[in-house]
Design a protein around this ligand. Structure first.
Ligand code: XIL
Length: 374
């Protein structure tokens, strides 16, 4: 980081370059002590020094085809999630077939680079194979789901740090009082598909930590509060029934300008922690689609959001890991799902398209450094 960038960062955090006091939760964000090149530490090491894990979701093709990117990922990440390879679409080319080649390649990559490996995701309504709609129904749905979970979890038994067992089960648009989304799984099996899935996963790999993973839990809005209440009710019920669930993944695809550090979200984090569950920030990225065109301004606001959000959630000691969804703006699903209307390339991740650390990269390091050890 050169002097110009250093000054820029000092401005981001509202202070002057000469004063470098650490910001803290509860106060307005002050100056961030951004340091020098020599202070740039591998995020996986900074996290580990606090008893935390830092990592990312990456697809095989980006590692295989891009040695510089691959070096960045292995240097920075202590945990790896296959971004695509363990979804049904990738694993199930045909009803009677499993293709583990992508997942196995990534597991080997993680092993070689001393990274933990995290599975995503066993039950979801999206990323289903083309054959699914005509082949799966209320008669065979349950056995197909449980067979999928048993086969896949057994394949990686003893190798997984954790599994996202069920992903995004809630959505109030379907009008159910419990807030469950009308997915094929709900329609074919009923609400108990969730606990069935956790039991099957636990049976297949008793050592894997099993997670429920969800989106839109972060904003301080009525709709997110409704979702938090529904998710907490589910987690409470699963724990009360002795269902083997160990954690909550909070996706954290957040907007740069959104309020994601409010009291209702804080209360939710505490309530989840009080259930004895681990929390993982599972898919962090910061959307810049509503920010001005200037990359300098965007980077500043995105970095501020990274810093404020991570400082906030890491105050909760049940939060044990931070994973970004991708690592560099060179490869990010935000480019497709949340493009800017001016067509400018999006910058939601800690490294820019040239693999240069952005202000957000420093924000992540600082938030991890400042986290209380756990
Ligand atoms: C996304 C991938 O990043 C994209 O490449 C793919 O086209 C769609 O899925 N929540 C999740 C992830 O749980 O699985 C999604 O991943 C992003 C949103």
């Amino acid at each position: 980081m050169n002097r110009r960038d250093w000054l820029k960062l000092a401005v981001i955090f509202g202070g002057t370059a000469a004063v470098a006091s650490r910001a803290s939760f509860g106060s307005s964000v002050g100056t961030l002590d951004v340091g020098t090149n020599a202070e740039l530490k591998a995020l996986r090491d900074v996290a580990a020094s606090r008893g935390l894990i830092f990592g990312a979701a990456i697809p095989k093709k980006n590692l295989l085809g891009d040695p510089l990117f691959s070096r960045l990922v292995s240097r920075q990440c202590g945990i790896l999630v296959p971004e695509l390879e363990l979804k049904w679409e990738a694993l199930r080319p045909a009803p009677d077939q499993f293709d583990f080649s992508g997942g196995d390649w990534l597991y080997q990559y993680a092993q070689t680079n001393r990274m933990l490996f995290r599975g995503h995701t066993l039950v979801w309504e999206a990323a289903l194979p083309a054959w699914f709609a005509s082949a799966v129904n209320a008669r065979n749905g349950k056995s197909i789901l449980l067979d999928h979970i048993s086969t896949v979890v057994r394949h990686y038994a003893g190798k997984m740090h954790s599994w996202d067992v069920v992903n995004e089960a809630f959505g109030f648009e379907d009008g159910r009082p419990d807030g469950l989304k009308s997915t094929p799984w709900l329609r074919f099996i009923g609400p108990e598909y969730i606990e069935d899935a956790f039991h099957a996963a636990h049976e297949a790999d008793p050592a894997a930590a099993l997670f429920y993973n969800e989106n839109w839990l972060e904003p301080e809005t009525d709709s997110s509060e409704k979702k938090r209440r529904a998710v907490l009710a589910l987690l409470t019920r699963l724990k009360a029934k002795g269902v083997p669930i160990h954690g909550l993944g909070i996706q954290s695809h957040i907007y740069a300008e959104g309020n994601v550090t409010g009291p209702n979200y804080w209360r939710f984090l505490q309530e989840v922690a009080d259930l004895g569950l681990t929390i993982i920030i599972s898919e962090l990225d910061v959307r810049d689609k509503n920010l001005p065109a200037s990359t300098e301004v965007r980077d500043r606001v995105v970095a501020k959001q990274y810093y404020e959000y991570l400082s906030f959630v890491l105050k909760c000691t049940a939060v044990k890991a931070v994973l970004t969804w991708g690592l560099s703006d060179r490869y990010t699903w935000i480019a497709r799902s949340q493009p800017r209307s001016d067509g400018a390339p999006v910058r939601p991740l800690p490294y820019d398209p040239n693999l240069v650390p952005t202000a957000a990269r420093w924000a992540v390091q600082r938030a991890l450094e400042e986290a209380q050890a756990r």
